[in-house]
Write a protein that binds this ligand. Sequence first.
Ligand code: PHE
Ligand code: ZN
Length: 882
Amino acid sequence: MEKPEVKYLKDYRPPAYWIDNTELNFDLQETNTLVKSVLNIRRNNDLSDKTIPLVLDGKNLELLFVKIDKKHLDSDKYQINSENLTIYDVPESFSLEVTTKIQPQNNTSLEGLYKAGGIFCTQCEAEGFRKITYFPDRPDVMSKYSCTITADREKYPILLSNGNLINSGMTDQNRHWAQWEDPFKKPSYLFALVAGDLVYIEDFYKTKSGRSVTLRIYVEHMNIDKCGHAMQSLKKAMKWDEDVFGLEYDLDIYMIVAVNDFNMGAMENKGLNIFNSKYVLAKPETATDIDFWNIERVIAHEYFHNWTGNRVTLKNWFQLSLKEGLTVFRDQEFSSDMTSRPVKRISDVRSLRSFQFPEDAGPMAHPVRPESYIEMDNFYTMTVYEKGAEIIRMIHRILGKQGFRKGMNLYFKRHDGQAVTTEDFVKAMEDANQADLRQFRLWYSQAGTPEISVKRAYNHKNKTYSMTFTQKCPPSPGMSEKKAMHIPVAVGLLDKAGNDMPLQLAGQDKPEGTTILLNLYKTTQTFEFVNVYEPPVPSILRGFSAPVKLRAEYTSREQAFLLANDSDEFHRWDSGQRFFAGTMINMVQGKIKNHDPDVLGAIIEPFRKTLLSTELDKAFISHVLTLPSESELGILISETAPIDPELIHQVRRFITHAIAKALKNDFERIYQDNQEKGLYNIDAESIARRSLKNLALSYLGMLETPEIIKIACNQFNKAENMTDEIAALGVLSHIQCSEREKAIDDFYQKWKSDTLVLDKWFAIQAGSQIPGIIDKIKELLNHPDFSIKNPNKVRALVSSFCGMNPWQFHHISGNGYKFMTDRILELNAINPQIAARMAGIFNHWKKYEPSRQKLMKAELEKIINTPDISRHVYEIVSKALV
Ligand code: PHE
Ligand code: ZN
């Protein structure tokens, strides 16, 4: 293909025209949809050039009419090509009427207006509005919208758009219409429309200033009994945002619609969120504890966008993290307050390291505020979202809770109703606190994960302890030299008994607390503690105070000590993980022998202690005892050596098996002691108990004995909630036995009419550790309930295979790779966004041993040499090949 155009931040120019009002009219029909738009347009007089033509974005549109101030425009007055409608010599202010024809029923990209499962719905972020009508489809053009929808009354009884319902009626016997108006100005990416045969549950929320808001969740008929948890989550989120940030909802109605076909998790359209049904629908029989948590988190995330994203929006797409980083930070804080702060932190850091760190070290590495892109859809990344949230968290830590709140207040005071930049946000934080974040801003512009090494020295004579930090950041694509960053590192010191020491830096006249925030500014920087009564063990990067790789060179003894004693639960977990990972990596690299009883003993003892602890929280225990996954081990190994997925698989399997064997009786006891007592509940304590019980079951499953198979079958057959049912099925799925086949069949028979539960059924099979599972997966592609057009199904069957089954995906035959390429090419024609996501699986090919490298490279070349490759896939694959 010819090289697609690259867009650069440095080329940003303000829009030449403003759109004050946007009046949309949709006539939804079965074979096509007519869209009429009337725009009130006004030239941007801040620009000196008054002759710039009006250029509107538009894609896959059939243009029917253009009128200016109600008069038809001759075709020599405008030009259309595949991306734009350009109109020359327009007046300074005028009304433009454009009528276009589109085919939502054929739109498989799930972007723009599309019809899936009999429901019409829209997805406009980032640049989907241009697939609906001609418009300046950029976030700094904010307009007031009204929207009239006309459709068949029987097929589409529910007609929704943003804002308030103004009017509705019948056009004839069969067709009805509804008119919606959104009083708030917004960019086109926040526009939404839904039409379908839906039902809803309704509730109310009274805001702190006393207004009553109607809350509605719209779903398909059969799902009406699965909305309660989402509604409760919404109300909690509304209350939390009032309590923590003083932010209130601003419309009289808040609507959420659940659809099955959706590219992402959910979308924050003003007053009308559209959700992947996965993040709405739940009841104990069909959803796991993790599903319940995810729903609470995503419902809150989209709700929080109403202020961070909608009221204050983006000047251009390079600023995406302004809304996403900040909103992820807000949803993380919300979840921490609703569940357990340390456990939430642990799982967030686990995913940051598993996905964002590799991204930041690979061919797609980009700053949190990217400088360029080919396809914006490819920049909804872990870096923009999660590293972006880490930046906000560091600011929060540096300024403190109150300072941060002051900054937020100033940010809204200055920018409510505006389209702004990450710079505006940082400036508000600075100004509200008289703080200096000049060097800190590098976090937005420098890609790559900084690495910190620490040298420590205790001086017996003076009772001083010094820590010397050195930071460096490896080169990234297009950025070889990096400047030293401002890195906040939270540190504590433990004495021999495992207690926190009071901390006093040289120059301070008395100790201040037991955790201190050290601010690194220079490449190398030394801190000296005084009155340190004995040689300490340092606890460095408590709470993961900065998204960096720490090379602290702890001995395994120190790690075990920190696992047993650190008062910072995050660091305690982290020390345990490093300890377990260290041993396994040494085995993979042949530095220690598998069967050395001392080695096993060294792992099993701290493991047993943690397992049997009566004082630790059970959720925390489950996290500590979840050994680093094969992919996590691969990432750690790749820092110094090539990855061999087969070897890693063998070692990890050996270790988990050895643990299971050694602690069989303990696991059995834990399993029994943590059975459900009384009614099923989704409070944090019950969830923790179930997670520990099912962790014990999964270790026992490693033994593959008839006795264990019986226990798992029993749990599977008796389970009254999905958490236990799927956990038992998961254990059976890895064991070759007739019970396995029966359980898989039974599960299908029981749940075949619930598409979300079937996603779990596909995923469990894709993750099965039974050798040769790829043949089964290929067979499942033809299963009547699988559809390549449904992103959830693709993620369940295809992505789970790569993610949950790395050793089979990376099988040396190359069959896993070929399978993936076939899916990418198939999806390329259907849904380029999803195809590009899938293609990212090859991003880290250079980290593998030579034969796999060669195989993956060949697949990348095959993809890029395929005719009609989309811009989305092209961007990912061409960068991977550099
Ligand atoms: N803005 C959505 C969110 O993070 C994500 C999204 C992006 C959804 C693009 C659809 C398309 O909340
Ligand atoms: Zn978001």
